[in-house]
Design a protein around this ligand. Sequence first.
Ligand SMILES: [Zn+2]
Length: 158
Amino acid sequence: MSVILSTITVQAHIKEIGVIKKIDHIGIVVNDIEEALKVYQQALGLSLAKVQERPDQAVAIAFLPTGESEIELVQPVTSDSGVAKFLQKRGEGIHHICLEVDDIEKTLADLREKGLQLIDEIPRTGPEGERFAFIHPKSSHGVLIELYEYPKSATAHK
Ligand SMILES: [Zn+2]
């Protein structure tokens, strides 16, 4: 009975803050995308959906779909960005987890209210109209979390 009650509470809670739909992608920071593709594309056999330069974030990225989610390879292109410092300090590895949400503003407002530290108070907009924002890992048990909202017209960005 207590299990049922707590499930109901959790569901009501999710409704209030906007729905988290799935893990959209996992970001992996690498020294060199070309080198990393030898593993993720050639050895693992994942298909490469796109490679993009993202000067707004001082990175180059590659997306490799894996069913419902994707792997995002992230290579810093300057030495002074947050992601470049992450790579210098911690080496290659998992950098962030991205959750797709249905309403990023609602989710951000709710998290702010709950005292979480946001890196982006206001969502940024990517080249395909997607909106995204990061939650500081200090607020999420050591994991950098990215929130993603696709434009309403797009079903998926594959
Ligand atoms: Zn990402």
